[in-house]
Design a protein. Structure first.
Ligand SMILES: Nc1nc2c(ncn2[C@@H]2O[C@H](COP(=O)(O)OP(=O)(O)O)[C@@H](O)[C@H]2O)c(=O)[nH]1
Ligand SMILES: [Mg+2]
Lengths: 347, 605
């Protein structure tokens, strides 16, 4: 592990910082593998500046254990577990180590913590896994809610990213992705089901029981607010500066001190592209007033032709009010194309 | 020093493709090499262009002078005039052949007589050449010399006693062939004292020296400093240099009646000269030109567009450069709503078109799109006007059209009898009318068809090869125009016509063509946010239809802090890619779609 380096890096930040962190997310990879001592130390350092509004940790189900209880004593306020699926064959397809049993065990344990501490729970689920049916996907949602009634669910549709093992299996024919029309159906079915069970979609893949239980940390990303990240290949953004760590896990571990960061100054156009990319993921969409204040142009005027084009489409893709430009459920389904379309107006 | 024309032999090699013309020429050159002091030779050195070597097809005529000491002790000067090996260039072939007194008719011992063997032989006979049958590839285990001899006697009506037996590959029989050439091909006749009369049979462009004319002197003498006139254009020039072809150009300062060689006369572009033209002396001109001259006219037309509209100027430069060495390539500016600016080009045939395409892509590194090749139609208007139209975009309102005519060819096909049925069906499908069917022997049949040239451009050659398992051979020549039922097929994308995809087609073929185009568009245009209707239409009538459904799902599942940069860069890349798409209404059409649609035409024939 690279705990030592990470702690050094965090300490350096804490040393120069005065205000408490607004939100903290301990994630990326599987922090469940970190030692309790290291995690305790991290929490202590964070709290030395004051109590954040949200302090999350994510973990793989097989890593969660009773000993983690002490972290909640120390003010950890949110636990997120990557369940992904409750079907063993789907887990295998995803290359997960967990089984249905490990997943159920983790959910029960999380439930215990939930009862004993004032924390919020999130579970990640995956849909559109090759071989998965709509019924499979809905049943995973039901089981999850029955067992642990989390405040928050992240529901992702499987994306085959270039360069992954999955992509290789698809390319060589060992794995057959679900066709696009079926994926759309499965995704809508899940969205509708979650809505019915009281989970509101506030971002393409994120659902919460109330506005208060949204993931505040992730909302910062979607709003293009400042954040800092530490650890191998972490990224942070302050204003128009993006810092991306060049370290891999290997080099980070060996690094005697901080990882090296690549700094990028983002111009207005770049930021506008990112704002579209992130903002349109949420039901709040683009805040037109904030857009005007930040970029000095009127959003409706800037994207007039593109908005007109989108307005002509059937079904209704956008929800354009005086203050906000957001996508409908149908719009979410084709988000990437809409972003690309609108971004063509940005020059 | 005037040399005796009795020691000169001018000859060419004619053959069906792959029967070994280039290989045999190599053996001759080996011979010439023995007396040459120049550097090492390339394989098949008469085929100078990469593409010629790769495709094994000679595109330009070449010539070489070979000194040969015969058994009689005399040193002869053998002028080998190599000829293009493809029907697209048959006029050039005829001019090269007419520069000779004799022809070696090469026959592959394993294949026997094929379509081009016959076509070339008739051409040589018309020009009164002495024909020496040469059976090649006798080293092959499958060589059937008896059958070839029978064909030479029976199908070709030639003297079998004269036949030479060679292996161009091993060199076997080559010396005997030299003797046969010396003994049986007549020395050139011609009057050195008469006014100059010389035939241009080819030319090439040299970046340093300009146009180099390949020619044969029939009468008189040509020498450096002389004032010459080209008969067809009346253009006058001063001869700067005269010489013969050996391993390169060898200056001789003058050439006499009977000689074959080159001349340089300060001519800047190849378009200033005409293959088949007669060169004469300006001060003492000959009375009449040599026979057989004609203006070569392109028969296939297509527009070339750069894939990236920014490359238009590079494309212009590339075509200009090709034109320097290819007088038969004609072009003018063209523009399309879908593809931007480009060039309308005329070609001698599909091979010529492909060679130009390959050279632009390979030698100039440009990505280009060719629109669907078209023949040139004659459109007779009701008001009596006659339009010659090869560009679908110029096709007039059918209301005002009385009728149209399209070019026809005579196709000569030789096939093993087993495939006659298949081939007849194919020819009928291609609107062919049979004019003759001859059994060459018990197993082989010659079929003569008249059919529209346009049909030969679309899948004919590949289909012929496939229905005959590769055994049928094919040759054709244009014979004139015949009435046709012509329509313009338009392709509409969400009701917007895409001009670059319009085609002029025979009415009955329109539905099938329309379906093919719509299907290949469907395969190439990605789903978009809305449904796309692809239609083929003639006039107002829709004759084919395909639909591309709107995409249902296009969404990245996860995007958090660590993903932003990567996703944004991807977005920027996609934005860039969009610039290379062609917009038709709201529909984005990738360049690939145009290529795929236009790829449905035939190749390689
Ligand atoms: N075995 C054998 N192959 C030959 C002979 N002459 C030519 N070939 C081969 O036949 C093919 C066609 O020859 P080429 O000279 O390119 O034919 P062209 O199209 O008439 O110019 C090549 O693969 C040659 O190597 C020969 O005498 N014997
Ligand atoms: Mg050849």
């Amino acid at each position: 592990m690279y705990e030592k380096v990470l702690l050094q890096e965090l300490k350096a930040i804490v040393d120069i910082r005065k205000a408490p962190f607004e939100t903290v997310y301990i994630g990326g990879g599987n922090p469940g593998l970190a030692s309790l001592t290291a995690l305790t130390e991290i929490l202590e350092m964070i709290h030395s500046l004051g109590t954040p509004k949200e302090l999350s940790i994510e973990m793989n189900p097989e890593s969660l254990h009773g000993g983690h209880a002490q972290l909640f004593e120390q003010g950890l306020s949110r636990l997120s577990i990557g369940i992904e699926s409750l079907a063993v064959n789907h887990l295998r397809t995803l290359g997960r180590h967990a089984t249905r049993e490990t997943n159920l065990r983790a959910m029960n344990l999380a439930n215990e913590f939930h009862k004993s501490y004032p924390i919020q729970l999130n579970f990640d689920l995956m849909t559109c896994i090759p071989g998965q049916t709509i019924a499979d996907a809905l049943s995973d949602i039901d089981t999850l809610i029955d067992l642990s009634a989390p405040e928050h669910i992240s529901l992702y549709n499987l994306t085959v990213e270039e360069g992954t093992i999955l992509a290789k299996e698809v390319a060589n024919g060992t794995l057959q992705v679900i066709d696009e029309d079926q994926q759309a159906e499965m995704l809508s079915a899940c969205w509708a089901h979650l809505a019915q069970l009281g989970y509101n979609q506030y971002e393409i893949s994120n659902f919460s029981t109330t506005a208060a239980t949204r993931c505040k940390h992730n909302e910062r990303y979607w709003r293009l607010q400042d954040y800092i990240g530490i650890g191998p290949s972490a990224a942070g953004t302050i204003g128009n500066i993006r810092a991306t760590s060049d370290a891999t896990i290997e080099t980070y571990r060996r690094a005697p001190s901080f990882a090296s960061y690549t700094l990028e100054t983002m111009d207005r156009l770049t930021l506008m592209n990112e704002q579209l990319l992130m903002g349109l993921r949420t039901t709040d969409g683009i805040d037109k007033e904030a857009w005007l204040a930040r970029y000095g142009v009127n959003f409706d005027q800037l994207c007039e032709a593109e908005i007109a084009f989108l307005e002509q489409q059937d079904p209704v893709l956008i929800h354009n009010t005086e203050n906000n430009f957001a996508l409908t459920s149908s719009g979410f389904m084709v988000l990437d194309a809409i972003v690309l379309k609108l971004s063509q107006a940005l020059v | 020093m005037a040399k005796d024309s009795r020691v000169i032999r001018n000859f060419c090699i004619i053959a069906h493709i792959d029967h070994g013309k280039s290989t045999l020429a190599d053996r001759f050159i080996d011979k010439a090499k023995l007396v040459s002091t120049r550097g090492p030779l390339q394989q098949q050195m008469l085929d100078n262009m990469d593409i010629e070597r790769e495709r094994g097809i000679t595109i330009k005529s070449q010539a070489v002078t070979i000194p040969y000491k015969a058994h009689d002790g005399q040193v002869y000067e053998l002028n080998l005039v190599d000829t293009p090996g493809h029907v697209d260039f048959s006029y050039e072939v005829s001019r090269a052949i007419s520069s000779c007194e004799g022809a070696l008719l090469l026959i592959d011992a394993a294949q026997g007589v094929e379509a081009q063997t016959l076509a070339n032989m008739y051409m040589a006979m018309e020009l009164n050449l002495e024909i020496i049958p040469v059976i090649n590839k006798i080293d092959l285990p499958s060589a059937d010399i008896e059958a070839c001899l029978h064909q030479i006697d029976h199908d070709l009506g030639l003297d079998t006693d004269l036949t030479a037996y060679v292996s161009a590959k091993t060199g076997q029989g080559i010396d005997e062939l030299f003797e046969t050439i010396v003994r049986h091909i007549p020395a050139p006749k011609g009057d050195t004292k008469a006014p100059l009369r010389a035939l241009i049979f080819d030319s090439h462009y040299d970046a340093y020296r300009g146009v180099i004319i390949h020619f044969r002197v029939f009468d008189g003498v040509i020498k450096e400093g002389q004032e010459i006139t080209f008969f067809s254009t009346d253009a006058e020039h001063i001869v700067e240099e005269v010489g013969i072809f050996q391993m390169g150009l060898v200056r001789t300062q003058h050439l006499n009646a009977g000689d074959v060689g080159y001349l340089i006369a300060g001519i800047k572009t190849i378009s200033d000269i005409r293959v088949g033209d007669t060169i004469t002396d300006t001060q003492r001109p000959c009375k009449s030109p040599l026979p057989g001259f004609k203006e070569v006219k392109p028969v296939v037309f297509s527009s070339i567009y750069p894939v990236d509209s920014n490359d238009y100027e590079e494309l212009q430069e590339a075509i200009d450069r090709l034109k320097l060495n290819d007088a038969s390539l004609i072009y003018e500016k063209d523009s399309s709503a879908a593809l931007g600016f480009g060039f309308r080009c005329g070609f001698l045939g599909m091979l010529h078109l492909e060679v130009v395409q390959e050279r632009i892509e390979r030698e100039f590194g440009l990505s280009i799109v060719f629109t669907s090749p078209s023949v040139r139609y004659k459109v007779y208007m009701k008001d009596g006007e006659i339009l010659e139209i090869d560009n679908p975009l110029s096709y007039p309102d059918p209301m005002h059209v009385d009728y149209a005519e399209e070019p026809y060819i005579q196709a000569e096909i030789i096939t093993p009898a087993t495939y006659v049925g298949n081939i007849i069906n194919l020819c009928i499908e291609k609107r062919g009318v049979q004019t003759a069917m001859n059994y060459l022997d018990a197993k082989r049949v010659e079929l003569i068809y008249e059919m529209p040239l346009a049909e030969v451009l679309f899948e004919f050659y590949d289909r012929l090869k496939s229905v005959s398992r590769g055994y049928a051979s094919f040759d054709y020549h244009v014979i004139g125009y015949q009435t046709t039922d012509l329509v313009r097929l338009d392709i509409l994308v969400n009701s917007e016509p895409v001009d670059a995809l319009s085609q002029l087609v025979f009415k009955d073929n329109a539905p099938l063509r329309a379906r093919q185009v719509c299907q290949s568009l469907k395969n190439e245009i990605p789903r978009q946010m809305f449904k796309i209707a692809l239609q083929g239409a003639v006039g107002g009538t829709i004759i084919a239809r395909e639909t591309i459904n709107a995409f249902r799902k296009d969404v990245t599942a996860k995007c958090y802090g660590g993903d932003i940069s990567r996703k944004r860069k991807l977005l920027e890349k996609q934005k860039e890619g969009k610039k290379r798409m062609k917009m038709v209404g709201n529909v984005e059409i990738p360049q690939q779609a145009f290529l795929a649609v236009l790829k449905t035409t035939d190749s390689k024939n």
